[in-house]
Design a protein around this ligand. Structure first.
Ligand SMILES: Cc1cc2nc3c(=O)[nH]c(=O)nc-3n(C[C@H](O)[C@H](O)[C@H](O)COP(=O)(O)O)c2cc1C
Length: 249
């Protein structure tokens, strides 16, 4: 080995030795950032396990999880839980013990506690008679009443967080009767932050229209609409979940 090669080798050793602790530090910092667990609660207010609403919510969860192993996207099916709406027990407004999380104990209690600690919230419901389902409405009473102060009418959640409101329906963008989340949307935007709305229109209500008394719908028209939009709707759902996870990460 001549002198020039020796100097070059020594320089390489020095660079390696000096840079390894720096690289290890950078790795540790980046791992540390990505190892902080973030939780998105996804509340399914529809009764059907694998139909339109459930599929949209599943895609949101997939999009969120694609951002990293530290993102937990938990889907809760309200129809699987035995719970009541606001019981007007006023336990959340007792002097000196007021709480902005519902105090009534039933199957919804742990879910409401988890939402209070979560980093993001997604609500999904089919539209029934122009509104979200009864189960979703009942859940929202329990979520939002403790936020409301009867002292000054402010709305305060334990924590602000990004929110997405999902609707699926028979109606089209041009012709529908949806009032969406109605007055609850005001409570959500005041207490948690302005929600993003994600809507799947003109969904397939059944898989085979020929088996049901559904002559008011043209299956052909439904199929054309679905072929043109459903995959896009699912992609939008995936992108929405991904965006929310990136925002909170
Ligand atoms: C009881 C009931 C009421 C409905 N009311 C409406 C309605 O008012 N407007 C509408 O556009 N679709 C209405 N639909 C259709 C559903 O909103 C639509 O099929 C939805 O995508 C179903 O969601 P899912 O597949 O997740 O169950 C109704 C369906 C049912 C079962």
């Amino acid at each position: 080995m001549d002198r020039r090669e020796f100097v070059k080798d020594m320089a390489m050793v020095a660079i390696t030795v000096l840079s390894s602790p720096l690289m290890a530090l950078a790795d540790a910092q980046s791992n540390n950032r990505n190892s902080i667990m973030k939780k998105i609660m996804i509340i399914d207010g529809g009764p059907r396990k694998n139909m339109n609403t459930a599929q949209m919510l599943q895609k949101i969860a997939e999009g969120a999880r694609s951002v990293g192993d530290n993102i937990e996207a938990k889907i809760v099916r309200l129809y699987d839980l035995d719970y009541k709406g606001c019981m007007s027990c006023m336990a959340c407004k007792i002097k000196g013990k007021a709480s902005n999380v519902c105090k009534f104990k039933d199957a919804l209690t742990p879910i409401l506690d988890e939402i209070a600690q979560a980093d993001g919230l997604v609500l999904g419901s089919p539209i029934y008679f122009g509104d979200v389902t009864g189960q979703m409405r009942t859940f929202l009473e329990r979520l939002a009443f403790p936020w409301l102060s009867y002292n000054d009418y402010s709305m305060t959640a334990p924590k602000k967080m990004p929110v997405v409101l999902v609707e699926t329906m028979n109606g089209t963008p041009e012709r529908n009767n949806s009032k969406g989340y109605g007055s609850m949307e005001y409570c959500i935007s005041t207490a948690l932050g302005q929600p993003e709305r994600l809507i799947a229109y003109n969904t397939y209500q059944v898989k085979d229209y020929s088996r049901f008394e559904l002559a008011g719908f043209s299956e052909e028209e439904k199929r054309q609409y679905r072929d043109a939009h459903w995959e896009q709707d699912l992609q939008k759902a995936f992108d929405t979940g991904k965006r929310m996870a990136e925002q909170i990460n």
